[in-house]
Design a protein around this ligand. Structure first.
Ligand code: IMP
Ligand code: MG
Length: 184
């Protein structure tokens, strides 16, 4: 059980079980991803689409490591319907204002768990005639049986634990932690 004073100040005294990825580890990985993305896109317009809210910190760090022109926009997606059983639809609560047709689209996601939301989102975005469609996820729990080929950039193969921090929340808490942790 970790009781670093800065951790306790940030969590309001709630104890963190383990720091899974610290600031330096995350920064090194984001730099690596930025370099891979820079190398991947040769020519054409690039739109980086952050999936809110979870990607907000990752996106901010990532775009500063991409050394080519790009535009930033955001997406807010929600599974359609009530209750916990997914209807298989995805609704865009905020739809990017940027024109996507003929452009490279890079969707930035915090973590891929079941991959269900992302899969449906890819179908919606794919129908807008982009020049290419790819996903960059910081974390992947490795649970998707047949991952779609669009998942091109992945930071960490994450443990099968509930993670918070660096954008990831539990009931909207802990997004502001500069590290990724498990709570005890
Ligand atoms: P999926 O549709 O099952 O892949 O769900 C992915 C979404 O669930 C992510 O964008 C997160 O918002 C949330 N999520 C999945 N795993 C975790 C976790 O370990 N911590 C925090 N949020 C998670
Ligand atoms: Mg999310």
């Amino acid at each position: 059980m970790l009781s670093r004073p800065d951790v306790l100040r940030r969590t309001g005294g709630r104890k963190v079980a383990e720091i899974i990825y610290d600031e330096a580890t995350i920064a090194a990985k984001v730099k690596e991803l930025g370099a891979a993305i820079t190398a991947y896109y040769d020519e054409g317009d690039l739109v980086v689409l952050g999936l809110l809210k979870g990607s907000f910190i990752f996106l901010g760090d990532l775009v500063r490591q991409i050394e080519r022109p790009l535009q930033v926009d955001f997406l807010v997606a929600s599974s359609y319907g009530a209750g916990t059983i997914s209807s298989g639809e995805v609704r865009l609560l905020y739809d990017p204002q940027t024109r996507l047709e003929g452009k490279h689209i890079l969707v930035v996601e915090d973590i891929i768990d079941s991959g269900a939301t992302l899969e449906r989102l890819l179908r919606v975005l794919g129908s807008r005639s982009p020049r290419s469609l790819s996903v960059c996820a910081l974390l992947d729990k490795g649970l998707v049986q047949e991952p779609p080929p669009e998942i091109r950039f992945v930071g960490f193969q994450a443990p099968h634990k509930f993670l918070v921090g660096y954008g990831l929340d539990h009931a909207e808490e802990f997004r502001h932690l500069p590290y990724i942790v498990t709570m005890s």
